[in-house]
Design a protein. Structure first.
Length: 414
């Protein structure tokens, strides 16, 4: 039970208030305005912080006293954003660390899990492309053995963990683009028994749908470029973790320097306040669109955890508070014509934005085979179920009828 009075409040309330009004400003001088609290944490565009005396600076630099010294270490605007994330995503002992991108955050999480020469990492086959490439090209080249497993087959996960004794296991709460849902508590049981760190990329889930640390994960990673900031205007990342990993993440960020800038931290913190409102609307819209697409004659198949034929409906009910804002679907014109039909469909969209990324307030649509999964061989794409006729939508907060009208007129043109 968390005794922090702030943590007793509900998610929506914490999203709005957490991290704010911690810094008291005291202006001195004859005409100074006195003491005040800015209601929104200002953008501290300052690389360096001075103290009333050098002894204080000495104690701050020595870690004996909390305080700010240099912006690669920390910055009050960044700290405010991190406190808000700690409140939403953290368990009692965890801390959030903001980075300049999701990939910088993932790199720090993997390094904090001590993936050094001779260690093994076991990763989900369905992982975000750049994460898989980071594992192979950066950690693999440094002597880490990189193995993959179908993380929706718990028997296979258990077997691979037993065979390989990995130091870390990397999964995503919801996969791209087929929107499979990981059984985080079941996988956490397997990794805990084997003494492996479980790293969960919760970018698609957000703490609104799931808090992996509560389900047994050790380290949570986010691309805050997506839902957390939500407006398609910044690049940011986060690691949320507790002992024994938090100290390593902090030290790595100081030394490697993948920090978030104060302006980006401010925008991300501002975006976070509406996360529950946005996610609730996005989940509702996505459900409505998935159901509409599911009965359309030009659609062969729809992937969404709200649909009865989704392979993880039972897992989703246990581990997610709602069914998510992403939908993917195959057009009925499959085979060789699949790509042509997908391109014609995307080119006909008038409202939905044709662009990669996800989690923004506006609806986005992409062709995974030529974007997120472009680097894979056609046979590997086929094995992962990423067909040429597959479209992925990140549903925004628009009126659902306008989105459905746009999909309808685009489908008429193929
Ligand atoms: C976008 C994304 C990342 C990488 O984040 P950046 O902010 O682009 O560096 C990692 N994981 C997932 C699941 C993503 O969607």
């Amino acid at each position: 039970m968390n005794r922090d009075p702030e943590q007793q409040r509900r998610f929506e309330t914490r999203a709005v208030h957490s991290g704010e009004r911690r810094a008291r400003h005291k202006e001195t001088g004859t005409n100074g305005p006195g003491t005040f609290y800015p209601v929104s944490t200002p953008i501290y565009a300052s690389t360096t912080f001075s103290h009333p005396n050098i002894e204080t600076t000495d104690r701050v630099l020595g870690g004996e006293e909390p305080g700010y010294s240099y912006a690669r270490y920390d910055n009050p605007t960044v700290t405010a954003f991190e406190r808000a994330i700690t409140s939403l995503e953290g368990s009692e002992e965890a801390r959030a660390f903001a980075f300049g991108s999701g990939m910088a955050a993932m790199h720090a999480a993997l390094a904090a899990a001590e993936l050094t020469s001779g260690a093994t990492v076991l990763a989900a086959e369905q992982l975000y492309g750049s994460t898989a490439t980071l594992l192979v090209q950066v950690f693999g080249a440094a002597g880490v053995e990189v193995c993959f497993v179908d993380c929706y087959d718990l028997g296979a996960v258990e077997k691979r963990v037993r065979e390989k004794s990995p130091r870390a296991v990397v999964i995503e709460s919801i996969s791209n683009p087929l929107l499979r849902v990981s059984d985080v508590p079941a996988i956490a049981q397997i990794t805990q028994a084997a003494g492996a760190a479980l790293i969960v990329d919760n970018t698609f889930g957000t703490p609104y749908l799931q808090r992996p640390l509560d389900l047994g994960a050790n380290i949570v990673v986010h691309s805050a470029t997506k839902y957390l900031s939500g407006h398609g205007d910044i690049t940011a990342g986060l690691v949320v973790t507790g002992a024994p990993y938090d100290g390593a993440v902090e030290q790595l960020r100081k030394l490697v320097g993948g920090v978030i800038g104060p302006f980006e931290a401010w925008l991300a913190h501002r975006g976070l306040k509406t996360l529950p409102l946005r996610m609730s609307r996005q989940c509702e819209n996505a459900r409505e669109i998935a159901s509409w697409l599911n009965s359309h004659p030009k659609i062969a198949h729809v992937n969404h955890p709200s649909l009865k034929d989704h392979p993880d409906t039972e897992v989703a009910r246990r581990v997610l508070s709602d069914t998510g804002g992403l939908v993917s679907f195959e057009l009925a014109s499959g085979g060789a014509e699949g790509r042509e039909a997908a391109f014609a469909f995307l080119n006909s969209l008038e409202l939905c934005v044709k662009a990669p990324s996800l989690g923004d307030v506006y609806t986005l649509a992409i062709h995974p085979a030529t974007s997120s999964h472009r680097e894979l061989s056609p046979s590997r794409r086929e094995r992962l179920g990423v067909k040429e006729s597959l479209i992925r939508m990140s549903v925004g907060i628009e009126h659902p009828q306008d989105l459905i009208s746009d999909l309808e007129q685009a489908l008429e043109k193929i």
